[in-house]
Design a protein around this ligand. Structure first.
Ligand SMILES: *[C@@H]1O[C@H](CO)[C@@H](O)[C@H](O)[C@H]1NC(C)=O
Ligand SMILES: *[C@@H]1O[C@H](CO)[C@@H](O)[C@H](O)[C@H]1NC(C)=O
Ligand SMILES: *[C@@H]1O[C@H](CO)[C@@H](O)[C@H](O)[C@H]1NC(C)=O
Ligand SMILES: *[C@@H]1O[C@H](CO)[C@@H](O)[C@H](O)[C@H]1NC(C)=O
Length: 798
């Protein structure tokens, strides 16, 4: 019967460590491995075990995170996906006597945010041997002690757990004592009565062994003194005392009082109390009142550090006989820890086009208290386009709930508040700054729907015409506006040869000098483009109107300029006052007032004989022609326009008062060259006079006879053809609003002989040009008078 050799189950300790991932839930992975592995040892391949691509780990910023402020015990090799040991892992230091030691670590991945819990089950290795509290145990036993009496011994302690903790005690072979071991206690059992006369004392070696491999052991010497008298050891009223104590109890709080009685009288019955085998830490927290047995608080009681204490108490009488009892103190939780919010991951800035529901951050909330005191509710302030979505236990995703617009709100200050359910509840908050990144979602917008520019013709090339502005609220280059002119043509000429725009400022410059007589308005499209990629743009129409300057002198079409051909007007001698004898025809390339022509006779042979219509240019006799009138009449006519600083042109009109064409032909040379010798001219005059006299005589006779029947009001046989129609004027409606500007009211009233005109009108590309008949309707009254006058005149034609 091996009473002295007690073995606990599983003596054969085949400690085979296995590294094996235990998938518990989606996203969770567990590894089981022994403590004290070397740094850098591979625990497992987490990428493979979680089904992640090892090559993407780096891009996804895979990292190991921990709950609270725990250390990083492992790391992930981003190139292989191996989980490796990063810190010394000492099971005893981390978990003490707890039967299971689990370290919680987290693998965090971004893009998309993903979180995996890693549970590291740390297995014990036999790195600690059994230890007795003292090197020697002193015992005093009366010789009268009966066979079978049991004496409690202090157990040995082994920091390891399970098989690696104390498994067996052995006692040195002796005749008096054997060992009795049950799960809680180690006792010496008296097998043969002691005899003081035979032996005063004896020493026994007690050995404790663990079940590790290799096996470790510890020993203690039990020194037994055999006593004479019939002594009694103190007896505790209970083998186990239980007490409960709230954490944070103040100093000197009485926890429990233990009581032991001793049957002896006097000194032998005086019991004192002390701690048995307890750790130094416990001695800093609890004290025991030696005479009274009251256990009191002398240190800080923190449930979160230790939730239960087991104290061994010793009662000793005056002779030194001792007995032991156990005190179990359960600490109760008080809500003394506020929740702690950890921001595990944050994507900031987030692009403004992130769709609702985009995860932007992961939050973990921890409360070190227990039960209700650690139940936490987490929320953020209202009126933000974000919400917290509970994820795995105590994890929350921060997701967007609506569209973001950087142009409205570019930064968010999100305050996360966590409240536990203790009473009173504790809460804490954390603010998270989140910025919104720009996306090129706004095209530049012109400040006006269209632009108009008025430019006076003959401008300097390079002069600024107008400026356009477009705004783009996007950020930096996405909001940087660049202006350009859309390629196009005006009358077949590229617009770029007319205008240029400053790409940065939007100021539009004329490239060349404009000529109103060439064109009066044109349109270009200016594009505003931002610098984003892809860029956004918008365009606007810029209408350029050229205003006229009086830069063209009137041009006289009839009579033709001197030297070109000699033209003479024949005035019948019978012409009455008011007869139309000729007409000066002039045009002016300008428009409006600048082309409104007036005619004046500046010099004439006989000032009283002819007048000229101020606006019509018609030359009429002022009175009837008389015989005494000089046959040759020269008029110098000046044609002026009505521009500011008016321009003018002059011409000479040769008139011959005669009824005979032949006379005119002869006169031609004379008129043409007035500087011929006087003799020649006199000869010619004499000759002409004679023939004229003769001819006149005949004509007068004939005329008198003729005129008796009917006297014609006008006899006209001119070489001039006066057109009955006006040319269609280039009449532009400038404002586009139907209102006429005064300068344009008299737009190009040109009278011209179609036969003689060498003036080419530039047909306007402007669609707004009105046909001639419409223009006439708009004729102002004074001009209408003029027209009425001419209506009174006979129509002339070929
Ligand atoms: C990751 O593993 C590779 C291959 O085993 C090794 O070369 C590299 O040094 C490791 N990196 C780290 C940071 O341990
Ligand atoms: C964010 O809000 C918190 C709490 O309202 C405040 O203390 C903090 O100053 C704010 N931070 C910014 C940048 O506005
Ligand atoms: C401009 O917008 C694009 C997307 O359209 C974005 O990628 C870029 O970062 C933005 N630039 C700035 C300076 O915000
Ligand atoms: C100019 O803008 C109009 C509408 O705003 C658009 O339809 C047109 O395509 C634009 N033209 C160019 C060349 O961008």
């Amino acid at each position: 019967m091996g009473n002295n050799g007690i073995s606990v189950t599983g003596l054969v300790c085949s400690v085979v460590f296995f590294l094996l991932p235990l998938h518990s839930a989606y996203g969770d992975v567990s590894y089981s491995f022994p403590e004290e592995m070397k740094r850098g040892s591979v625990i497992g391949n987490i990428a493979k075990d979680l089904g992640l691509e090892a090559s993407r780990l780096s891009a996804r910023k895979a990292r190991i995170d921990t709950e609270g402020n725990d250390n990083h015990y492992c790391d992930v090799n981003l190139s292989t996906g191996d989980l490796i040991v990063a810190e010394r892992i000492d099971r005893e230091g981390l978990c003490g006597k707890k039967s299971s030691c689990v370290l919680k670590q987290e693998l965090v991945l971004e893009n998309p945010l993903e979180l995996h819990r890693i549970n590291l089950h740390i297995q014990d290795i036999n790195d600690n041997g059994p230890l007795f509290n003292e090197e020697m145990i002193d015992m005093e036993i009366g010789e009268s002690a009966a066979k079978g009496t049991r004496f409690l011994l202090e157990e040995a302690h082994d920091a390891d757990i399970g098989q690696n903790s104390v498994q067996k005690y052995t006692l040195e072979i002796n005749e008096n004592f054997v060992l009795a071991v049950d799960s809680n206690t180690v006792q010496l059992v008296l097998e043969k009565e002691l005899d003081r006369e035979q032996r005063h004392g004896l020493k026994l070696l007690l050995t404790a062994v663990d079940g590790g491999s290799p096996q470790r052991s510890g020993t203690v010497v039990i020194h037994i003194t055999v006593l004479d008298a019939n002594d009694n050891a103190p007896v505790f009223s209970q083998a186990v005392y239980k007490a409960s104590l709230p954490e944070n109890s103040p100093l000197n709080t009485a926890v429990i009082t233990v009581k032991a009685t001793d049957a002896d009288e006097g000194v032998n019955g005086e019991v004192t109390y002390d701690f048995g085998h307890v750790s130094e830490e416990v001695k800093k927290i609890f004290s025991i009142d030696r005479p009274r047995g009251e256990i009191g608080v002398i240190g800080t009681i923190d449930f979160e550090a230790v939730s239960s204490f087991e104290l061994r108490i010793k009662a000793k009488d005056g002779l030194g006989l001792a007995s032991y009892a156990k005190v179990i103190i359960d600490i109760t939780d008080v809500n003394d820890n506020a929740p702690v919010i950890y921001l595990k991951s944050l994507t900031s800035p987030i692009p403004e086009n992130a769709s609702p529901g985009t995860e932007v951050g992961i939050i973990n909330v921890q409360d070190r208290d227990s039960e209700n005191n650690r139940q936490v509710r987490c929320y953020i302030q209202q009126n933000l386009p974000f919400k917290l979505v509970p994820s795995i236990k105590n994890y929350y995703s921060l997701v967007t709930t609506g569209e973001l617009d950087r142009e409205l709100v570019s930064d968010y200050n999100i305050t996360i508040t966590a409240t536990d359910e203790g009473s009173p509840p504790l809460s804490s908050s954390k603010s998270v700054q989140l910025s919104v990144a720009d996306v090129n979602d706004n095209p530049p917008v012109f400040e006006e729907q269209s632009y108009k520019a008025h430019v006076t013709e003959n401008n300097k090339p390079g002069a600024s015409v107008c400026s356009v502005t477009a705004r783009d609220p996007d950020w930096r280059q996405n909001g940087t506006v660049i202006y350009s002119i859309l390629p196009g043509e005006v009358n077949g000429v590229p617009v770029s040869s007319f205008l240029s725009v400053n790409g940065d400022t939007g100021v539009i410059h004329a490239v060349k000098s404009f000529d109103y007589e060439q064109f009066r308005s044109f349109k270009v499209h200016v594009v505003a483009r931002d610098n984003g990629s892809p860029p956004l743009s918008s365009n606007v129409t810029v209408s350029v109107f050229i205003t006229d300057v009086n830069d063209n002198s009137p041009q006289i079409l009839y009579p033709a300029p001197e030297g070109n051909s000699f033209m003479t007007e024949l005035v019948p001698k019978a012409a009455h006052g008011g007869s139309l004898v000729s007409k000066v025809i002039a045009v002016d390339a300008d428009s409006g007032q600048n082309a409104w022509l007036s005619y004046h006779i500046v010099k004439s042979t006989d000032p009283g004989l002819f007048t000229i219509g101020l606006h019509s240019g018609e030359i009429r006799t002022q009175r009837d022609i008389s015989e005494s009138d000089n046959m040759k009449q020269n008029l110098i006519v000046s044609v002026k326009d009505n521009g500011q600083a008016s321009l003018s042109a002059t011409c000479t009109m040769y008139l011959v008062i005669s009824d005979n064409l032949a006379e005119v032909a002869e006169l031609k040379d004379v008129s043409y060259d007035e500087n011929n010798s006087k003799l020649t001219s006199y000869l010619i005059i004499a000759l002409v006079s004679v023939s004229t006299f003769f001819l006149t005589f005949i004509i007068v006779i004939l005329a008198v006879r003729f005129c008796r029947r009917r006297k014609p009001r006008l006899l006209f046989d001119g070489a001039v053809a006066i057109p009955s129609a006006y040319l269609p004027p280039n009449y532009a409606e400038v404002d586009g609003a139907g209102t006429l500007r005064s300068t344009y009211n008299y737009d190009a009233y040109l009278t011209t002989g179609s036969r003689t005109s060498d003036f080419k009108f530039v047909t306007s590309f402007n669609d707004n040009t009105l046909p001639a008949d419409q223009t006439l309707r708009k004729t102002p009254t004074d001009f209408a008078d003029e027209l009425d006058d001419s209506e009174g005149s006979p129509k002339v034609g070929f």
